[in-house]
Design a protein around this ligand. Sequence first.
Ligand code: ADP
Ligand code: MG
Length: 419
Amino acid sequence: MNYNKKTVRDVDVAGKKVLLRCDFNVPQDKETGAITSDKRIVAALPTIQYLLDNGAAVIACSHLGKPAATFESYAKKQAEKGKEATEEGWKKSLAKLSLAPVAARLSELLGKPVIMASDVVGPDAQAKAAALQPGQILLLENTRFEKGETKNDPELAKAMASMADLYVSDAFGAVHRAHASTAGVADYLPAVSGFLIQKELEVLGGAISNPKRPLVAILGGSKVSSKIGVINNLLEIADTIIIGGGMAYTFSAAQGGKVGKSLLEADWMDYSREMIEKAAAKGVKLLLPVDTVCADAFAPDAHSQVVKAGEIPDGWQGLDIGPETVKLYCDAVADAGTVIWNGPMGVFEFPAFAKGTEAVAEALSKTHAITIIGGGDSAAAVEQLGYADKMTHISTGGGASLEFLEGKELPGVACLLDR
Ligand code: ADP
Ligand code: MG
């Protein structure tokens, strides 16, 4: 697929102040706040380096986590947990989601100082942006500290835009959201993409518009309701669809199976039946588990047993695909032309329930197929297992890549200038 949006190469960036939206939403250690993977920062480097090398002054920004932007929203969240809210507690919760550790890591990676602003569009950001020189980089504070961010408030978008001459988006992980910093700003500045968005969309677009066949899509994980909808569109493009992880039990229940305490999205049972019928009508193979590893608790040391799919005893829950299913799925992957994988096959964080995910990752590492991994946990599993460099592409955007595969418009891409 031809990428049809302008990129930083299509515009003159020299002497410009560039507002660069990155996806610095990095995973952090809960206790220490240390960044546990800098993959997303590394992924942003080519565009940052290009802009700095070509005489731009870069005003980088990103969200991090889900801070409560107002005391009221913080108090509400605390109340839900049965806790009292104090001003001090709120400030602490914000401090934990400061981008300062990202600035430090980015500075190490770039080998130059990264100036950190203490706000997003406040006096500190404005002053530092105004003083910024070509070749220098400033990082604004967490965009979600502003309550207008997730509401795509035009006033916030305008204030962000007012600091720059050009908007560059490279936050692939956030382009499926129409927020002030991912889409709104494009109303006030010429807007182009960076190299990461371009690469992601070229790879994903190629995989669905003109795939090397057979095209196999593997879906799993626990975010069932946000992922299951993609199947309808995948049935139009894939040759085989493989279902594992938590999603499998909704299909099993829809066919009258017993799923015990497994993850179940009852609202999606009718849809699951429709998908099974649609797959049959279209001649698409829809593979569902034939057996499952179930456990008497959600715990690493739970008792476990392998049972046939749909025969999970009361009180037990399916935490992995079973050995027969592993064989079936690995065979389906072996002769694929393209494989798109989103979502682990089981609770791979517990070694006793990691076999399905490990086997599928290994099978992918061995095929000659184009292999595309989406989803934070799936990518982490592949990395932990040491297969990362055996894959064709590991996407930095789980939600964005799924919405793209669903055929939905990505607001953070749609707002950019066409070529
Ligand atoms: P990704 O981040 O790759 O998009 P998700 O976030 O949807 O994937 O899901 C990842 C999580 O799914 C993992 O933490 C894993 O433990 C969990 N998971 C996988 N299979 C099951 C299951 N059968 N029951 C409960 N959780 C599961
Ligand atoms: Mg996840």
